[in-house]
Design a binder for this molecule. Structure first.
Ligand SMILES: [Zn+2]
Length: 487
């Protein structure tokens, strides 16, 4: 990674946001900074007189909104940094802008509600008062949908705030609604509801849909909804489950793009799966230290990831041969933010200097940058008809205890692993024991029968010094390499 620019703010950097061609920084010095993402040059700084709240920066077209500690929402011109208007009092909550209106959760004394604010003037158009907290709203055509803490879901006319319908549910802790094909999809706790968008009538519900983050809402994929539990695809029309892309798992859905779903698996890994077949495209272990939290972003060619607790940030390729290359130590652990050709790195949580933000080029050839080069070659094995990957491990690859990190997937078919086998081999004077090679129950039983020449093992040791494995499954080999490289 090549550093292109560096900018030092007047205090520790707080909330941040990269949107299109600009970087916005809420700073400890009670200013909002705006930088050009390509050059890192300061475009303006705006005196707010108060600190911006975490996740309080939102850009919509030519306006950047900043929610601040004193309860004020500022609307600032992105070109000049001039404050267009201020709105008080508002509550920090994700809000939506549609039809030149910002729908903001507000509070006056003890009265909570949803406020429609004219984005040109900052004046209030209407206000809808509720008894309980208002969850993240969504706008579709001329209706705004949202749920409240007293188990109600509302549809209001965006023009005057009049109630179109009100629906009562059994749950609370609601997600942002998603609207598709005349249905309002919303989760309350772990239950997914489909309501008729024009009447509010309940059409169907799916229990145990999995945790859906409040600000994200249900993920719509064509005629289906993708659920975190099992990565199940559910028919929008009927609520019937069509397929499970990853049975037996519960994952956060990070993003869906070009027929691929990117999920956060357990233990700090990112998985990319085909949305139609569920086929695992690639898999990368990012964070190895608990709690396994990580962040990532991707450009067209590469994925950039951060392990905040391990204090490492790196980029990697997702092609057959996985390559990793690292950001300098000074930004290790910072979550990379991809913006076109640039990767913006804010100060890592554990950095001593939290005033600096840096821009790196993202399109450099990683082969040149790779700290660890993979010398392994893919070749056909005389033993198996299928392509086989040979992994020649250098000493450094082994941990202190001589253990390898195995992905949690069957080494033959890539299904979730349920069984483990130990490999033992003595070649010349060297003896190698490899523990816990994962198999699914099915492949395990076939492999055991393999003793009677029916199925060969998915992994075999063919040399011990250096250890060389034969993997029958090429993608599995790439995953295995990735898992070991992460440590
Ligand atoms: Zn299997």
């Amino acid at each position: 990674m090549e550093k292109v620019w560096e900018f030092e703010a007047g205090g520790n950097i707080g909330p941040r946001m990269v949107a299109d061609d600009m970087v916005f920084i809420g700073c400890e010095d009670k200013r909002l900074y705006a930088l050009d993402v390509t050059s890192g040059q300061l475009k303006w700084k705006s005196e707010l007189g108060t600190k911006v709240l975490a996740f309080g920066i939102v850009r919509v077209n030519n306006t950047v909104y900043a929610f601040c500690e004193n309860g004020v929402l500022f609307a600032i011109d992105t070109q000049t940094g001039k404050i267009r208007w201020q709105f008080v009092p508002s509550i920090l909550s994700p809000f939506v802008v549609a039809n030149e209106t910002a729908f903001i959760v507000s509070r006056i004394k003890k009265e909570v509600g949803l406020c429609a604010v004219d984005t040109r003037t900052g004046s209030e158009r209407w206000r809808f008062t509720t008894k309980e907290a208002v969850f993240c709203p969504a706008v579709h055509d001329d209706t705004v949908f949202f749920a409240t803490g007293d188990k109600r879901i509302y549809a209001l006319d965006v023009n005057n705030g009049e109630t179109r319908w009100e629906s009562i549910s059994k749950h609370q802790d609601f997600s942002r609604p998603a609207i598709a094909k005349g249905r309002v999809l919303i989760t309350g706790d772990n239950t997914l509801y489909a309501l008729d968008a024009s009447t509010g009538a309940m059409i169907w519900e799916v229990k145990d849909a999995g945790p859906i983050a409040g600000t994200d809402g249900p993920t719509i994929v064509g005629d289906h909804i993708l659920l975190p539990n099992n990565l199940a695809l559910v028919d929008l029309e009927t609520g019937a489950e069509k397929t499970r892309l990853a049975p037996g798992t519960s994952q956060s859905i990070d993003r869906v793009e070009e027929g691929i779903v990117y999920t956060g698996c357990t233990g700090g890994t990112v998985c990319a799966r085909d949305l139609t077949t569920g086929e695992l495209k690639w898999y990368a272990i990012v964070e190895t230290k608990p709690p396994g939290y990580y962040g990532w972003d991707k450009s067209e060619e590469f994925v950039f990831a951060a392990a905040p607790y391990s204090q490492m940030s790196f980029g990697f390729t997702t092609s057959r041969v996985t390559k990793r290359w690292y950001f300098p130590e000074e930004v290790g652990g910072a979550i990379p933010w991809v913006a076109g050709e640039m990767v913006v790195m804010f100060p890592p949580t554990l950095a001593s200097n939290k005033r600096k933000v840096r821009g790196y080029t993202s399109s450099k050839d990683p082969a040149q940058q790779a700290l660890l080069e993979i010398r392994d070659k893919i070749s056909d094995s005389p033993e198996h008809a299928a392509p086989v990957a040979l992994a020649a491990f250098r000493k450094g690859f082994l941990t202190d205890t001589g253990q390898f990190a195995w992905p949690e997937y069957c080494c033959l078919c890539l299904d979730p692993a349920e069984k483990r086998v130990n490999l033992k081999e003595t070649i010349d004077k060297f003896r190698l024991l490899v523990d816990g090679v994962p198999y699914c129950a099915n492949c395990y039983s076939n492999t055991m029968k393999g003793l009677r020449k029916k199925e060969k093992p998915g992994v075999k040791i063919i040399s011990t010094n250096p250890p060389v494995f034969v993997f029958r499954n090429e993608r599995y080999w790439a995953m295995f390499m990735e898992a070991n490289r992460a440590r």
